[in-house]
Design a protein around this ligand. Structure first.
Ligand code: NDP
Length: 246
């Protein structure tokens, strides 16, 4: 089965990497099932994909609520009869030194970036097992590969996901589940908009992002590459960063 035949659920599909991935996979024939909180954006995306001849459906998903992930999986089953891939992409970033004690931001990152993925696993794995096949793709980050100041907690959440995926991979040697971690570097998305409170620092971060960041379709293509492999081939880790990124 290639991308063309697959039913693929994507969290965080209302902007950035998730949106680009939805468009890319749908244009290659996949049925995409989209989740995020901004339903106006999701509805618009579904409309555009279907108008172009693709297959898409959407539901409001807050990944901090396990029930919402079950709704996403249920929608895939109801509309398209199965679920082949979950792209656990939804994420947030809060950038500051640890000594700023952004306790609220730390909790939010853990809730969305770590628990959100766990909720996706809990919702999708039983379906994958019942079907006898499935693929979990997570979007982690180069922040977890090159650790830098101000991104300690964000990087920690991404490496928590990397760690849990490795354990899940080892627990899944019966050939049912494939796991993939995608590590993007700087990608031009909305992520930075809510990452920094200070207006001056935010403007600077946005400028850096727009100077250096690559288009989110680069990450979408990498996700499609991992999904497109034969069933017995698992792409474990992929890093996609701007050529000029240090
Ligand atoms: P965006 O801010 O453009 O997209 C983030 C997506 O996550 C949005 O669709 C947003 O939707 C969704 N989201 C946030 N919180 C929740 C929530 N509680 N429930 C459901 N959906 C949620 O940023 P990116 O596209 O860049 O981010 C996508 C992933 O890529 C993230 O995991 C991020 O950490 C990762 N990443 C990004 C990099 C970059 O440079 N841009 C680099 C490395 C990794 P909504 O607000 O509508 O709910």
């Amino acid at each position: 089965m290639t991308v063309q035949d697959k039913v693929i659920a994507i969290t965080g599909a209302s902007s950035g990497i998730g949106e680009a991935t939805a468009r890319h996979l749908a244009s290659h024939g996949a049925a995409v099932v989209l989740g995020a909180r901004r339903t106006d954006r999701l509805d618009q995306l579904v409309q555009e994909i279907t108008a172009a001849g693709g297959r898409a459906a959407a539901v409001r998903v807050d990944v901090t609520d396990p029930d919402d992930l079950r709704s996403l999986v249920d929608l895939a089953l109801a509309r398209f009869g199965r679920l082949d891939v979950l792209v656990a992409n939804a994420g947030i970033s809060r950038i500051s030194p640890i000594t700023d004690f952004d306790v609220e931001g730390w909790s939010a990152m853990v809730d969305v970036n770590v628990k959100g993925v766990l909720h996706g696993i809990a919702a999708a794995l039983p379906v994958f097992r019942a079907q006898g096949s499935g693929h979990l793709v997570t979007v982690v980050s180069t922040s977890g590969l090159k650790i830098v100041p101000t991104q300690a907690v964000y990087a920690g959440t991404k490496n928590a996901v990397r760690t849990l995926l490795e354990a899940l991979r080892q627990e899944s040697t019966d050939g049912v589940l494939r796991t993939t971690s995608i590590s993007p570097g700087y990608v031009r998305t909305e992520l930075i908009d809510s990452a920094v409170d200070d207006p001056q620092l935010r403007a600077q971060a946005k400028q850096n992002m727009s100077d250096l960041g690559i288009d989110p379709t680069a990450v979408a293509r990498a996700i499609a590459f991992a999904i497109d492999q034969p069933d017995d081939v698992e792409i474990g880790d992929l890093t996609i960063r701007p050529t000029r990124q240090g």
